[in-house]
Design a protein around this ligand. Structure first.
Ligand SMILES: [Zn+2]
Length: 373
């Protein structure tokens, strides 16, 4: 017998569950950056990354091929020839991390030289996008004594969808939780030995052949002490460098302003440190590729410094979220909104808690999620 009231209640339930399902799909949880876990020796973890990230690695490579075809006078073979040179330096000086890329190449079916070219920012440009801001607080200036490293990662908007967290458990290394694009190009993170790496792009006039700077990031993240992290930042066979911001759980904070052939180790003497995308050390200024193209970096640096200085003793993870959403001088603001360069992920690492808070895209439009080992 047809029972309209029962049919009605079934329909109501159906609509209710559909509503919940659709709400879930479109909720900000859907915007959470995913985590992949990898474990074993270097080749094995690379193979696992290549298996899990095959689609994304192919997508990134295709983006690069399209960029070369549409925006440069180069042929893809020119890119491969340069990548091959940097690969030979890396094989000689950092073979363990080449093994990771070889594993990923084997698993994804992508040619090793093609895949390695994705690690070589040096072959695409000299004057980089001038992206990323760092604000680091030791326990001397935080509200509860925590050591907190905050970072906005600014890149081409096309990279945002490739952001991923890699949880490494590699034989002989501390556990690492790192963020980057496509699973191989990681540049930010922390490890179980209490070391974090954040950092900023610098454009230098002394680039040379050598190991690509992205491989230095991978080496830094395996450091067990702040001294080891500094050694990895100034690894001499490098082709270029970032400004590597290194922090340990004791609140030792260094900004290693590196070029390809030189560096200055800046220490957080007042218990906090900020950095953006220009050389601040008077001795390193001679390496600045274009001193007339650093206004975004200057205004973000000074804004970040003032926010930190005026809030000494009160800095917390919640306060760092507000700093990373700051819009003074928008679009060239800490929360970056440019057409060609924008914040594509935002991260706060609490080294005391050994946890990371991560948001996809601009933090003013996104939500932070907690990650830990
Ligand atoms: Zn914003």
């Amino acid at each position: 017998m047809f029972r309209p009231s029962r049919a009605f209640s079934l329909l109501t339930c159906l609509f209710f569950f559909c509503f919940i399902f659709v709400s879930f799909l479109f909720s900000s949880e859907g915007n959470k950056i995913p985590v992949i876990k990898v474990k074993g020796n270097h080749y094995q973890v690379g193979y696992q990354i290549g298996t899990k990230m095959k689609k994304q690695l192919n997508g990134l490579l295709q983006q690069s091929k399209d960029y070369v075809a549409e925006k440069t006078d180069l042929k893809w073979e020119d890119i491969r020839a340069q990548a091959q040179l940097l690969l030979e330096y890396s094989r000689k000086h950092l073979p363990e991390y080449v093994e990771e890329i070889r594993g990923a190449a084997d698993a994804s079916g992508i040619d090793l030289v093609d895949l390695f070219s994705e690690m070589c920012e040096e072959i695409y440009a000299k004057n980089y996008l001038k992206g990323c801001s760092d604000l680091i607080a030791s326990g001397d200036v935080s509200e509860d004594g925590s050591v907190i490293a905050a970072h906005n990662n600014d890149t081409s908007p096309s990279l945002e969808k490739y952001a991923v967290v890699v949880h490494y458990q590699v034989d002989g290394e501390p556990e690492i939780l790192a963020v980057g694009y496509g699973g191989l190009a990681i540049s930010i993170g922390y490890n179980s030995a209490g070391i974090s790496l954040t950092g900023n792009e610098l454009s230098m006039n002394d680039m040379k052949l050598g190991v690509p700077r992205l491989l230095l990031c991978r080496k830094i993240l395996a450091a067990r002490t702040i001294a080891e992290a500094i050694d990895a930042s100034i690894f001499q066979p490098r082709a270029s460098n970032y400004n590597m911001v290194l922090t340990d759980e004791n609140g030792e904070i260094y900004s290693i302003e590196g070029s390809a052939t030189d560096y200055e180790a800046l220490y957080a003497e007042d218990g906090f440190l900020v950095h953006t995308n220009h050389y601040t050390s008077p001795r390193m200024r001679k390496y600045e590729l274009d001193p007339y193209d650093i206004t975004s970096s200057l205004v973000r640096y000074n804004r970040a410094y003032r926010l930190m200085k005026n809030n000494r003793g009160k800095i917390s993870v919640e306060m760092m979220k507000k700093f990373l959403k700051d819009h003074v001088s928008r679009p060239k603001s800490l929360c970056r909104h440019g057409k060609y360069v924008k914040t594509t992920f935002s991260v706060i690492i609490n080294l005391t808690e050994k946890a990371m808070y991560l948001a996809r895209g601009n933090p003013c439009e996104s939500e932070y999620y907690k990650y830990a080992f």
